[in-house]
Design a binder for this molecule. Structure first.
Ligand SMILES: [Fe+2]
Length: 319
């Protein structure tokens, strides 16, 4: 992988090669210094794994369609650009097998969530997670609510719009190449506190893409066997090269008390005219907000329902 660092982007430290029994690897000090704070490069050994060849993925899509269709996203909106995160997309998941079979010309973005629910992919999940947790160097089990692997299959030149995620993830390039631009999660020129709070509380539409700040990002040109770390709330967007791309994302979602409740409490405090403290600055305030946010969210959710609106206020499960 090549990476280029622009004016304000975090430096990308050097990487080392995975050892024989590691599937996912980054330099240990880099990992421990930057996990969930700054983007960094990782290496992996999954490109030769038979589970990620297109015929195996077509079979997986067919099994998921029968067993867990809600875990499939399949859209073929080829005209969407980097800043079109708020645009409605039609999810054609019923066509997933057909689209997968003609992926080269489908202009598609296919997402298979919770691939670990399929026994064939469970081993990848278990092994990959163990590698990552070992590299983090401290116990995160108590803080984790959910962990999953997601498989992305994209047609040549397809763009994945600018967005933020509510989980920590490692994006591993398995087949084909593509570029990803990752912004600093703490860069408030790129992403304001208000935009983060709204994303976590009211809806999860992508925050606005500011083209003039594109040079604040770190660019990775992902090749098979390479990948990068994407912290929570770190904006990013991707563009596939002129090839079919298969990527794997290993995700951790933190428990509500760790982050979501603080953003949500701040959303309501700001609406009340206050200027709330961002998460991570005052542990005592964060703890208090974590206690009060869930009942406020439930009340807001109930109020919306009472008014007959289709509520888009997030429940705790929807983070
Ligand atoms: Fe993402």
């Amino acid at each position: 992988m090549t990476s280029s660092t622009h004016a304000r982007a975090a430096a990308t430290p050097s990487v080392t090669t995975p050892s024989h029994d590691e599937w996912i690897h980054a330099d240990p000090k880099t990992f421990q210094d930057n996990f969930n704070r700054k983007t960094f490069e990782v290496r992996h050994t999954l490109s030769q794994h038979p589970a990620f060849k297109i015929p195996a993925l077509v079979e997986l899509a067919g099994r998921m369609l029968r067993n867990n269709p809600r875990y499939i996203h399949c859209d073929t909106e080829t005209k969407l650009g980097v800043g079109d995160g708020g645009a409605a997309r039609e999810n054609k998941f019923l066509d997933v097998v057909n689209v997968m079979e003609r992926i080269e010309n489908a202009g598609a973005w296919l997402i298979l969530y919770h691939a670990e629910s399929d026994p064939m992919y469970r081993e990848v999940f278990d092994h990959g997670l163990a590698d990552i947790k070992r590299a983090i160097g401290h116990d995160i089990e108590d803080d984790i609510m959910e962990q999953e692997i997601i498989i992305f299959v994209t047609s040549p030149n397809r763009i994945t719009h600018y967005h933020i995620d509510k989980n920590v993830n490692f994006l591993l390039q398995v087949h084909g190449s593509k570029k990803i631009w990752v912004f600093d999660r703490f860069d408030r020129e790129v992403l304001t506190e208000e935009e983060i709070e709204r994303n976590w509380t009211v809806n999860d539409k992508a925050p606005p893409y500011r083209e003039h700040l594109q040079n604040h990002s770190t660019e990775f040109h992902l090749q098979p066997g390479t990948g990068c770390h994407i912290p929570i709330n770190a904006p990013h967007w991707l563009k596939n090269d002129n090839n079919i791309s298969v990527s794997l994302s290993v995700n951790f979602t933190y428990k509500d008390r760790c982050l979501a409740s603080v953003h949500r409490a701040n959303y309501f405090l700001r609406r009340a005219g206050l200027n709330p403290t961002p998460p991570g600055i005052s542990p005592m305030k964060d703890k208090l907000k974590a206690m009060v946010a869930p009942p406020i969210m439930s009340a807001a959710h109930a109020l919306w329902k009472m008014k007959g609106h289709k509520s888009d206020v997030h429940t705790n499960k929807m983070q």
